[in-house]
Design a protein around this ligand. Structure first.
Ligand code: PLP
Length: 408
């Protein structure tokens, strides 16, 4: 079935990867089947949560685990668990935190968006108080040591591209320092690529996404200490209830971990590699465009195509290229977090056969037309990423009115 057509939606070619805003991962047939089957049964959710704990333990090397609605929910629930433990009376009182340890320490440079929700909001919504350490790009171990005290519920550490500045305390040193002061550490590894390593390094809870590289349905997974994983589950009787995951999400997660263990995701690698080679070759010769295709350290796909643009030559900056690709039919989404630096990349992991050709045709046309245009955008300052995201969100009224006009 053509789902886009069936529901009147705009088709998207996803060269970005497992972004939640693009509907996250495309799931394999066994995962889809598990989700569909799950929707036909009744089951005790406590039984499912205890079962997924075993899958998360096998995936991560941790004692236990818990599943939530998404990774952002996982961070909030993990923070709540570090304050209340398994005290159900206190769980039902959050965000009232009188008498509980409720300070959370974090390096200022780790205050990023968890998806589009800022990390500070996830801590505040459960009643936690966030203490930001250091300066935006820098933090010292001495500042962390000074901040840890008897009121500290946990320390937060965020892994991932935008939090990985060179001035941040490296994760193992951060965990080691917190352990010295017996303060639990929550690590956000939304990619899910370093969970085992972080657990082995002594992290108490690691939150990661089921719908990113694990390629499951939308859910957040938490791996860690058994007492804290249990305390995370118990939040479903309190503040965790609006953040819970359903039976299909949990069964889908169990199956996604199973597929991961069977290395199902490696099977498409040769095809992805061909796409990378094709796209790199086609974009190579464009004046002002530098292309390389290294093996990715951050992706489970067979690398990606990294593109650096010199707008003085192309007469078009990357933020304008992204805007034009968003107007293309189908919409084309690339990994363009660094558009202000005139860089973007194409990840093949969720590309269907033939989409690599459509992307290259569109890019070639954009560069050709820019070469003949007035180059006005190349002389402008780029918009900020937050303003671009805001514009996307604010397109809702226009889209809703378009659906109405089409009689949908
Ligand atoms: C994607 C992401 C999240 C949020 O994941 P959701 O499951 O969409 O809530 C949190 N932190 C980081 C670093 C991410 O990349």
């Amino acid at each position: 079935m053509d789902i886009w057509k069936e529901y009147g939606l705009t088709k998207v070619i996803n060269a970005r990867g497992a972004a939640t805003v693009l509907g996250a991962a495309k799931c394999s047939a066994p995962v889809r089947q598990a989700v569909a089957d799950a929707l036909t049964i009744s089951v005790e959710m406590v039984d499912l949560q205890a079962r997924v704990s075993r899958s998360i333990a096998a995936y991560s090397g941790a004692e236990a685990g818990c599943a939530t609605g998404c990774t952002a929910a996982g961070i909030a629930v993990a923070a709540a668990a570090c304050m209340t433990g398994d005290n159900l009376a206190r769980i039902k009182e959050l965000p009232r935190v009188e008498g509980l340890k409720h300070q959370f320490v974090i390096q200022k440079g780790h205050i990023i968006m968890a998806g589009e929700t800022p990390i500070y909001q996830l801590v505040r919504m459960v009643g936690g108080h966030l203490l930001e350490l250091g300066e935006a790009p820098d933090c010292g171990v001495y500042q962390l040591e000074d901040a840890l005290d008897e009121n500290t519920a946990a320390a937060l550490y965020v892994l991932g591209g935008r939090a990985a500045g060179p001035g941040m305390i490296p994760p193992k040193r951060f965990i080691e320092t917190c352990r010295k002061y017996q303060v639990p550490v929550i690590v956000d590894d939304a990619s899910g690529m370093h969970v085992r390593e972080m657990i082995a390094a002594g992290a108490d809870l690691v939150t990661f996404s089921c719908q990113k590289w694990l390629r499951g349905p939308t859910a957040g997974l938490i791996a860690g200490r058994r007492d804290l994983a249990y305390a995370c589950f118990l939040q479903e009787n309190g503040i965790g209830r609006p953040m819970k995951v359903g039976k299909e999400g949990i069964i889908g997660a169990i199956e996604a971990i199973r597929q991961w263990q069977a290395q199902e995701w490696t099977r498409r690698k040769p095809q992805q590699q061909q796409m990378v080679t094709y796209m790199a070759q086609r974009l190579q010769g464009i004046p002002g465009v530098t292309v390389n295709a290294p093996r990715s350290a951050h992706s489970h796909s067979a690398g990606g195509v990294h593109i650096q643009v010199d707008p003085a030559i192309t007469r078009i900056p990357v933020w304008e290229i992204s805007r034009l690709l968003a107007e293309h039919n189908p919409v084309i989404k690339t990994h363009d977090y660094d558009f202000a630096h005139n860089r973007f990349s194409l990840d093949p992991i969720f590309l269907e056969e033939g989409e690599e050709v459509i992307i290259c045709d569109a890019l070639q046309r954009i560069f050709q037309e820019a070469a003949q245009g007035d180059g006005a955008a190349a002389g402008e300052e780029p918009p900020t990423r937050l303003d671009v995201v805001a514009d996307i969100m604010r397109s809702w009224p226009q889209r809703e009115s378009d659906f109405r006009a089409r009689g949908i």
